[in-house]
Design a protein around this ligand. Structure first.
Ligand SMILES: NC(=O)c1ccc[n+]([C@@H]2O[C@H](COP(=O)([O-])OP(=O)(O)OC[C@H]3O[C@@H](n4cnc5c(N)ncnc54)[C@H](O)[C@@H]3O)[C@@H](O)[C@H]2O)c1
Length: 293
């Protein structure tokens, strides 16, 4: 048997014991079937949480849930079909949660879409598609998640829960030819601050996380439709001849010289949940690419 030593031993011990901030908590991740969401689901499960994988892509969510339950040897995850832009669908999802686990500790509003384009050319339809998912979806999800979470706090007045929006570094600074996305992500931080002010009386903390580019995720690395392929074909990166050149261009924009990874985002989740004296914040996780004023 291989011996585990040093840093690996600490990591494996932590995993066996779970991460105290989330161990045995019930979490829900929208858009949990792939990308950042999938990574969050995997990390949260290995940290000891029970996780709803809520996605429009129910096949992907179900497959992931089955795999993780098998790996864990028990039912740690549940797949749920949801469209975050549809009130009835989100309400039904939260009803299902209430009936199944009786409550929810951590709601992660992660489902998001991106359609880039010039303001001179973008269709209203595309603009509204992005706004519906990335901005309005956060409102709809918070509406129904907060109702359930508020009930949990009623008996003692001491039960903290968390709503976490996955915004973006493009929620902190503008993004060229990507206004629909940046506008929605900026807007979601306005919602975060406003909902935080209201929901503090229910002990519901509302915060956002602003990740940098997830260069290893499907959005960037998909071999057919990923942004590396699109940007190479469109000649968006001056002088780039290969996918590697495009990737390096984006890595070089980051002071820490790499893309954002799920493990970086999950550390921010642990901090937010563990910290009982903060709400309404937008936490950057960008390797220094975007700094707060
Ligand atoms: N990829 C990046 O570089 C990056 C950087 C910063 C922030 N983000 C944000 O992180 C989040 C996840 O991004 P990703 O790159 O992992 O995305 P992704 O496209 O890989 O996955 C998104 C998931 O959301 C689901 N989804 C889409 N619309 C939905 C809807 N209406 N209802 C329910 N589910 C829906 C999809 O089925 C998919 O499983 C998004 O909010 C995104 O804006 C991404």
């Amino acid at each position: 048997m291989a011996r585990i030593s040093g840093k690996d031993a600490v990591v494996s011990q932590e995993k066996a014991q779970g991460i105290p901030a989330v161990k045995d908590k019930v979490a829900l991740v929208t858009g949990g079937a792939q990308g950042f969401g999938e990574g969050m689901v995997r990390e949260l499960v290995s940290a000891g949480a029970y996780v709803y994988i809520a996605d429009m892509n129910i096949d992907g969510a179900t497959q992931l849930s089955e795999t993780l339950n098998q790996e864990q040897g028990s039912t740690r995850t549940f797949a749920l079909k949801v469209n975050v832009t549809d009130e009835e669908s989100v309400e039904a999802m939260m009803d299902h949660v209430a009936k199944t686990t009786g409550g929810l500790d951590i709601f992660i509003s992660n489902a998001g879409v991106l359609k880039a384009g010039s303001v001179k050319e973008m269709t209203l339809r595309d603009f509204q598609f992005v706004t519906d998912v990335d901005y309005t979806g956060f409102f709809i999800c918070t509406k129904f998640a907060s109702r359930l979470m508020a009930v949990q706090n009623k008996p003692t007045g001491e039960y903290f829960s968390d709503i976490i929006g996955i915004s973006s570094k493009s929620g902190l600074e503008g993004s060229n030819k990507n206004g629909a996305y940046a506008g929605a992500k900026f807007g979601s931080i306005g919602l975060t601050q406003s909902f935080a002010l209201e929901l503090v009386s229910d002990n519901i903390k509302v915060n956002s996380i602003c990740p940098g580019n997830f260069l290893d995720g499907p959005l960037w690395s998909d071999p057919d439709r990923g942004l590396f392929v699109q940007y190479l074909k469109a000649g968006k990166v001056p002088g780039a001849k290969t996918l590697g050149d495009v990737r390096k261009f984006y890595e070089d924009k980051v002071p820490m010289k790499r893309g954002c990874e799920t493990k970086d985002v999950v550390k921010a989740i642990y901090y937010i949940v563990d910290q009982k004296y903060e709400t309404g914040q937008a936490v950057p996780v960008t390797g220094g690419q975007v700094m707060l004023n």
